[in-house]
Design a protein around this ligand. Structure first.
Ligand code: BES
Ligand code: ZN
Ligand code: ZN
Length: 502
């Protein structure tokens, strides 16, 4: 969505839809009052009738006819003024976009309230609108209804223009990252292969001025990434190890964050094959990698003052004469040997070699994100990703970043005792637990064998692209298909890391 700022007066501003937010039970003031006056008291009448009270999710459309150049005035509820914040603004903006879309309007204007929060408001409105204007056409031949295309943010005076424009640019950058991720997660596995993901990552690198390197099988073999290559062995579709880097040239002077995402482009389970229903959602098993690629787009565009590396190990988990089998013993790139008990515990194999690779940057912090276990989905549903970590400050920052963006994470314990269930008679560790207990905890303990830096967190987002996640009724998240979970969480986390006193 194209977002611009204007200081037009409503008396001269032309638009298909003029969007005005109203608090619950508030006196009309400012622009709302001016519009009411121009419309001969139509807003006052609407409020008096009780048909519109300013509650969240409420909308009402008025037709100014000749009274204003705007074709329609769309009122949207902001709820109680005490509860107002960026999330209210994002939701209200998205609710308005959804309504505008049913009206087939493509050019929208939002009246900003003004004052000290104008930059934050502009950011939240641009973000909410752009996120809500997302549409995945897929391979459907039938053309979709047009989506809103342009958004004008109306400020009260020229003094507010710069702050609003900066906020709008931030909101747009965030939405652009989320869009990349949603597209990747939505695409079918015959299109979204590891090589395809690498091509999209290259586009992202171009758009956000990032450095990119893509390792192919031979280079991974040279690095002895046995765990990743074991998973990739069964597929005709070759793996890719994608490395995106922001501020590569300033690595020595800046803190380094490494983000790692699981990129299983399709998870059949391998010889430990999944059930039909279990397999039917597994095109989304690369959502962690997609979130990292999307977050890197945001981090690069916003030029976060950190050295940030995004790692996306990507591979298919398939069955063939070459596929890895239960009881094989595999050596990862740090020399740790792994007995395979389940070829369906493949994500941790990819992450193992990627977490080892992360160590080469002597990172200040490493965060991995993965659709790793059904157990985490059972535990937390679609309400939060599981959060494991070795450092309190990192955990707190991730929680705060998630809470601020409706992309929550919730702490789970990394007990040493879980190690017992991962002991093997034939290798250093096994890749899946010997019992049914705490499948989410034992997976995190597995990953810890590949971490040799002090500050690390693991996010299990298995529930976040499930059917339940699509029913959350957040107006800026699509009702069906990928949510793009993780992009706003990771981008906000990086910004907060950069802002903290160290
Ligand atoms: N990709 C799955 C986890 C998953 C399940 C994600 C459902 C989203 C929805 C993962 O590779 C897997 O199969 N995990 C196994 C681990 C087990 C074999 C230790 C699981 O959760 O059953
Ligand atoms: Zn699996
Ligand atoms: Zn998987």
């Amino acid at each position: 969505m194209d977002v611009t700022v204007s200081a037009d007066s409503i008396a001269t501003h032309t638009t298909e839809v003029l969007i005005v937010g109203l608090y619950r039970q508030a006196e009309l003031e400012g622009v709302a009052q001016a519009i009411d006056k121009a419309l001969g008291g139509a807003i006052s009448d609407l409020l008096a009738s009780g048909d519109f009270s300013g509650k969240t999710k409420q909308v009402a459309v008025l037709y100014p006819r000749a009274a204003l150049p705007a074709q329609r005035v769309l009122l949207v509820g902001l709820g109680n003024s005490d509860d107002y914040g960026p999330e209210t603004a994002r939701r209200a903006a998205a609710t308005a976009v959804r309504k505008a879309q049913t009206l087939k309007a493509q050019h929208l204007t939002i009246v900003l309230a003004g004052g000290p929060t104008v930059g934050d408001d502009a950011r939240a409105m641009a973000e909410g609108c752009s996120l809500a204007a997302y549409h995945y056409q897929g391979q459907r031949n039938k053309p979709a209804d047009p989506m809103p295309e342009t958004l004008t943010l109306l400020v009260a005076s020229e003094d507010e223009r710069a702050a609003a424009a900066q906020g709008a640019a931030t909101g747009q950058a965030i939405a652009a990252g989320v869009q990349v991720t949603r597209d990747l997660v939505n695409l079918p596995p015959n299109i979204c292969t590891p090589a395809y993901m690498a091509r999209i990552a290259a586009k992202v690198a171009q758009a956000a001025a990032l450095k990119i390197e893509v390792l192919e099988r031979e280079q991974m073999a040279a690095l002895e990434m046995g765990a990743l290559l074991a998973v990739a062995r069964g597929s005709e579709t070759p793996p890719r190890f994608i490395v995106l880097e922001h501020n590569a040239a300033r690595a020595a002077e800046l803190d380094t964050l490494v983000l790692v995402g699981k990129g299983v482009t399709f998870d059949t389970g391998g010889y430990s094959i999944k059930s039909q229903s279990g397999m039917n959602t597994m095109k989304g098993d690369m959502a962690g990698a997609a979130a990292v690629i999307g977050a890197m787009r945001v981090i690069g565009t916003l030029d976060v003052p950190l050295h940030v590396v995004g790692l996306a190990p990507t591979a298919d988990n398939m069955i063939s004469g070459k596929a890895y089998r239960p009881q094989e013993v595999i050596t990862a790139s740090n020399g740790v040997t792994i007995e395979i008990n389940s070829t369906d515990a493949e994500g941790r194999m990819l992450l193992a070699d990627a977490l080892v690779y992360a160590g080469r940057y002597t990172p200040a912090a490493v965060v991995d994100i993965a659709t790793l276990t059904g157990a985490c989905m059972v535990a937390l549903g679609a309400q939060a990703a599981g959060l494991f970590g070795t450092d309190d400050r990192l955990r707190d920052l991730l929680r705060a970043a998630g809470d601020a963006n409706q992309e929550r994470v919730w702490p789970l314990p990394l007990y040493d005792e879980y190690k017992q269930a991962m002991e093997s008679q034939t290798a250093d560790i096994r890749n899946s637990s010997s019992n049914r207990m705490a499948g989410v905890g034992t997976s995190a303990i597995f990953l810890k064998h590949f971490v040799d830096y002090p500050v690390w967190a693991h996010l299990d987002m298995a529930g976040m692209e499930s059917e339940a996640a699509y029913a959350k009724e957040i107006p800026y998240v699509p009702d069906k298909g990928a949510s793009g979970y993780g992009v706003r969480l990771l981008a906000e986390f990086a910004q907060r890391w950069a802002a903290q006193d160290s």
